[in-house]
Design a protein around this ligand. Structure first.
Ligand code: FAD
Length: 396
């Protein structure tokens, strides 16, 4: 029976709960808001299926394979602006829907909690667009994927690398009509902190229409957290000002397993890996229009042939796979744990959202000055040039 002695050894992928023949494993939140398997020992038959399926306990070896690489920009400008990067995910998902398939991804429910769900029509894809920097609840998504595949349907499943490895282990065998899409993942913040953030913003912006982690209000190079209320963009703050983004980028609230993530690698079990391309000018200056570009790495022959269909919906420029992954730290290295993580998450159980964020992420004079300077740099167009230089120095 599965027993999580060290929380670093559980990514919360649900594979153990979903595979259990007795359905005696439930995913329950711990005090930090992350879901972990809890076994009803009285019903467990010690079949060990849960340990065998676990992608951490029984890892798959990384196998070098031929890869194709692309820079992708969706042809529909609205879709591209709505997406975190260039809208490659929408283009890949559209190809699967056109084959009569279903698409799984992370969406908000009516209370802005992030969960995996599926859709069957192209106009519903907007639910999945835009990264939500909070761990999504998978529910019974893995079982649903299996049942769609068994009915002969095409299925596209998108998620974090740990979710994709978990699903792949759960399914046990390759399916011709399954398309796995993972993101390059910085790390995955706690749903508890996200709830605190919702509570904090609710005071100033009640009943929002949408909350976007990666809004392009100021362009792609400086995307912001934005709140849309009554159809208007009423709040937009970047990573130096918004407390949720500050917590995310300072690695203060990620799942324990993220700090030693075993899925940070180049060769993956997915068909596609997608991530941002802020330095598109290093590949092709003509593509650098500050509206967003997705880097797409194809790991399988299936992905390479689907790319021919993706080209109907998106501009795709083939590039060298080595160049695409060069200097991409988040693909290879886990984030370092912030020293404040333990106290921040402990305080989150006691303090209100306002108290928590004002304590750890106060809007000091320094933050205000930084924000003002950034706005001036943006308006004058200097920001883009500075970011280019910075990316070059960092080798990105
Ligand atoms: C938690 C997280 C961390 C990331 N970290 C990095 C990074 O460090 N560097 C980098 O270059 N890119 C990172 N990305 C990927 C990047 O933000 C874009 O998602 C990617 O470039 C694809 O953009 P797009 O425009 O093609 O698709 P979008 O339209 O932006 O598609 C979003 C896709 O992400 C999935 N998704 C959204 N939120 C979640 C979630 N909470 N859990 C699982 N899946 C989710 C959706 O299902 C959909 O498939 C991260 C994404 C997430 C979700």
């Amino acid at each position: 029976m599965i027993e999580i002695k060290d929380k670093k050894n559980c990514v919360g992928c649900t594979a153990c709960a979903e595979i259990c023949p007795k359905k005696c494993i439930q995913m329950k939140p711990d005090e930090e808001g992350f879901l972990y398997p809890v076994v009803d020992k009285s019903r467990c038959v010690e079949c060990n299926a849960c340990n065998t399926v676990c992608p951490i306990q029984s890892p798959v070896d990384e196998k070098e394979k031929l890869q194709k690489a692309y820079l992708v920009q969706h042809c529909d400008e609205k879709v591209r602006l709505d997406s975190s990067a260039g809208g490659a995910f929408t283009a890949i998902a559209t190809v699967v829907l056109q084959k009569g398939g279903v698409v799984f991804g992370a969406a908000y429910d009516e209370n802005f909690h992030v969960q995996h769900t599926y859709i069957e029509a192209v106009d519903e894809l907007k639910k999945f667009r835009n990264s939500k920097y909070v761990q999504s609840e998978l529910g019974d998504a893995f079982c649903l994927v299996k049942s769609f595949l068994q009915k002969g349907r095409w299925v596209c499943f998108s998620g974090t690398p740990c979710q994709i490895e978990g699903l792949s282990r759960f399914l046990r065998k390759p399916y011709e009509k399954l398309v796995l899409v993972d993101v390059v993942c910085h790390g995955i913040p706690s749903p508890l902190i996200w709830n605190k953030y919702l509570e904090y913003q609710e005071q100033s912006f009640p009943n929002p229409d949408n909350i976007r982690f990666r809004d392009k209000f100021y362009g792609y190079k400086y995307s912001t957290m934005s709140i849309i209320q009554n159809g208007k963009n009423v709040y937009h703050a970047g990573s130096q000002l918004d407390p949720m983004l500050r917590a995310f980028f300072s690695d203060t609230c990620d799942r324990p397993s993220c700090y030693e993530c075993p899925f940070k690698k180049r060769y993956r079990v997915s068909d596609f890996t997608i991530w941002d391309c802020f330095s598109v000018y290093d590949f092709d200056k003509k593509l650098d229009d500050d509206k967003g570009t997705t880097r797409v790495l194809c790991h399988s022959q299936k992905a390479a042939s689907l790319m021919q269909e993706v080209m109907e919906y998106a501009r795709c420029k083939e590039v060298s796979a080595d160049k695409l992954v060069a200097g991409v730290k988040e693909m290879f290295e886990s984030v370092p744990m912030n020293l404040n993580r333990t106290v921040f998450l402990a305080d989150a159980t006691k303090l209100s959202g306002k108290e928590l964020f004002e304590k750890y992420y106060p809007v000091t004079k320094k933050v205000k000055v930084k924000t003002a300077i950034r706005k001036v740099l943006l308006v004058t167009g200097i920001y883009g040039t500075m970011k280019k230089c910075l990316n070059r120095v960092r080798g990105r």
